[in-house]
Write a protein that binds this ligand. Structure first.
Ligand SMILES: O=C(O)c1ccccc1N[C@@H]1O[C@H](COP(=O)(O)O)[C@@H](O)[C@H]1O
Length: 211
């Protein structure tokens, strides 16, 4: 049984959040980004956050948030992790790390070897780098993948994970090719954009554990 960490992201209802926890997710993600079909207000995110047992980590996803909204989001929701999924710089994230007592993850769109060089700039700042497909209509949550072989050839030295187009059918192969210590899914466990499907959440977690 694989011990790969599992993040189910974009949860917005108590029922699907509980289903992700019960299915064995190690991390649950709440998206606070208004253009997203998975957006939750800070107040709703705080309510969902309170349902999560201590054994499961809560990840709050922000995109290019300014300093004051970032601080407000942290103090309202009290997540274990903030996932920055926009064009945030290493310098800005170093400041966040200095002033907020929260683990930082940085999403990096993986296009080519240069993207890996960019990811290295977050070493010592981000507690984890999350590789996703390059930004499209939305900066993430598009359900599209990237070339996993880029990572197979150059696995990062710091903690990392993969996202982008994962689903119950392909996640075992993604783990086999990349050796990723964490897998993150949103669209692949939905029946429509923003609508999580409990059976697909269960199938995803089962596929990871069987990898
Ligand atoms: O989920 C969103 O709507 C979203 C919006 C803006 C930035 C990131 C977003 N989601 C994250 O993108 C990756 C990949 O998601 P998918 O499985 O391909 O749909 C994942 O980290 C999501 O949490």
């Amino acid at each position: 049984m694989s011990d790969t960490l599992i993040k189910i992201c974009g949860l917005s209802t108590p029922e699907t959040l509980d289903a992700a926890v019960d299915a064995g997710a190690t991390h649950v993600g709440l998206v606070h980004f208004e253009p997203s079909p998975r957006h939750v207000s800070l107040e709703d995110a705080a309510k969902l956050r309170r349902r999560v047992p201590e054994t499961v980590k809560v990840v709050l996803l922000l995109v290019n948030a300014q300093p004051e909204p970032t601080e407000r989001a942290f103090h309202t929701v009290r997540p274990d992790v903030i996932q920055f999924h926009g064009n945030e710089t290493p310098e800005w994230l170093a400041l966040v790390r200095k002033y907020l007592d929260v683990q930082i993850w940085k999403a990096v769109g993986l296009r080519d070897a240069a993207s890996l060089d960019w990811a290295r700039k977050f070493e010592g700042i981000a507690g984890r780098v999350l590789f996703d497909s390059p930004a499209q209509a939305l900066p993430g949550g598009n359900g599209t993948g990237f070339d996993w072989n880029l990572l197979a050839a150059n696995p990062p030295a710091t903690p990392w994970g993969i996202a982008g187009g994962l689903d119950p059918a392909n996640v075992a192969e993604a783990i086999r090719v990349t050796g990723a210590p964490l897998v993150d899914v949103s669209s692949g466990v939905e029946s429509a954009p923003g609508v999580k499907d409990v059976d697909r959440i269960k199938a995803f977690c089962k596929a990871v554990r069987g990898a």
